[in-house]
Design a binder for this molecule. Sequence first.
Ligand code: HEC
Ligand code: HEC
Ligand code: HEC
Ligand code: HEC
Ligand code: HEC
Ligand code: HEC
Length: 244
Amino acid sequence: MLGFRPEWAFGGGLQAVTFVSWRDSKAYLEHHLSFYPSLGRMEVTPGHEGKPEPGVLYPVVAGDAAILRCFRCHSTGAIRVTEGLRIGVAEPGVRCESCHGPGAEHVSKPGLGNIVNPRKYSAAQMNDLCGSCHRKPASAGDSTDWGNAWNVRHQPLYLAESACFVKSAGRLSCKTCHDPHSGAVAPSCAQCHAKPRHRPATRVAGSGCVSCHMPGVVPRPGLKFANHWIGVYAPGRPLRPVQK
Ligand code: HEC
Ligand code: HEC
Ligand code: HEC
Ligand code: HEC
Ligand code: HEC
Ligand code: HEC
């Protein structure tokens, strides 16, 4: 059994939902079991493999206060820590102000000068905006273990390795393929690769570009991430492109 009633549900519900509860004035509990929509059932939470129930405790103030970091990326606006060290958020989930900054002034007096507008961002600025949440945590160190399937979820890091990014003179950003508002994905490869030189050319017929050049990586059943290191992959080896 869970032992503690779930208080917060983390995750947009596409990959997994992890439950977190206030335990006492020292710690929050991340529950041992998470819900995986694609499996249709509860299974062990990522990172809890081999650890006991009811789950992992995170201190609210001591240590690296990882629980506050969860709320920082998964909610919008200021975080309050109230009596009994209970955490409160302004808005759950990733909302307008996560990307456009504080909007109160803009709402009371709408104008272009008092709101962050990422429309004119360079590709690097755009990748930094999205990367403020989607990159790997800084505390994990600077060198990336490309052989670790869990790291593929840090899309900005992987995209930055691609020849498409490095050699396109700042034209490729998250926005090229993702609509930041609807969540729609449209990988517009043709924008830069009108006629890829495939041998034989028929290789391409009938299948999208992404299945071969951005293969899906499954770090555990129920979770799947597209490898944003766009490149040429050997069959069955989706972690890292074939090096030339
Ligand atoms: C640095 C920002 C950041 C921190 C800190 C963070 N998350 Fe996330 N989390 C994300 C992002 C971004 C995604 C979306 C990942 C994706 O789908 O590519 C995500 C996805 C998830 C998901 C969906 C499943 C998955 O793996 O994609 C769950 C559940 C989740 N986070 C829970 C937590 C919990 C619990 C904590 C604290 C222990 C936490 N997160 C800390 C940014 C963060
Ligand atoms: C995940 C980040 C993100 C979130 C959340 C987000 N936006 Fe945006 N928004 C952007 C980006 C990036 C652009 C620039 C898009 C472009 O260049 O086409 C943008 C552009 C806009 C524009 C157009 C500005 C212009 O000059 O055309 C408006 C208006 C806007 N957003 C409003 C909102 C509102 C309202 C919400 C909440 C309901 C919201 N956004 C949530 C990232 C975000
Ligand atoms: C404030 C942190 C934050 C920022 C900034 C952010 N994201 Fe996210 N994003 C998340 C989290 C957390 C999730 C996991 C789902 C959830 O909890 O809503 C997510 C999920 C996603 C997903 C997959 C799920 C879906 O809804 O389709 C995409 C794609 C995505 N983000 C793209 C972007 C792009 C592109 C940008 C930059 C314009 C961006 N994000 C900026 C935190 C952020
Ligand atoms: C903004 C432009 C741009 C976009 C969009 C783009 N690419 Fe590229 N891509 C490039 C450039 C530039 C190169 C480097 C070409 C060279 O080395 O001459 C490249 C290289 C490649 C390579 C060779 C990789 C290597 O390591 O040499 C592949 C494969 C590739 N792209 C596939 C794709 C696919 C598939 C998509 C869509 C998912 C895509 N690209 C989207 C610009 C782009
Ligand atoms: C060349 C196109 C392209 C670019 C550029 C791109 N993505 Fe993606 N992204 C995709 C595709 C394709 C998927 C897989 C969609 C699916 O499976 O439905 C995806 C999936 C995702 C997801 C869902 C989880 C996953 O990994 O499958 C997130 C989150 C995401 N992208 C974030 C980003 C961020 C942040 C950036 C900028 C650093 C970015 N993407 C740049 C094409 C792109
Ligand atoms: C069935 C797998 C597969 C599909 C689908 C596929 N490719 Fe490729 N692609 C490869 C392989 C393997 C190579 C390297 C060997 C070769 O050149 O034939 C390659 C090479 C490339 C290159 C580098 C060679 C060059 O032209 O400079 C680019 C760019 C590229 N593909 C783009 C695309 C685009 C764009 C699409 C979608 C229209 C696509 N590919 C669909 C397997 C695929």
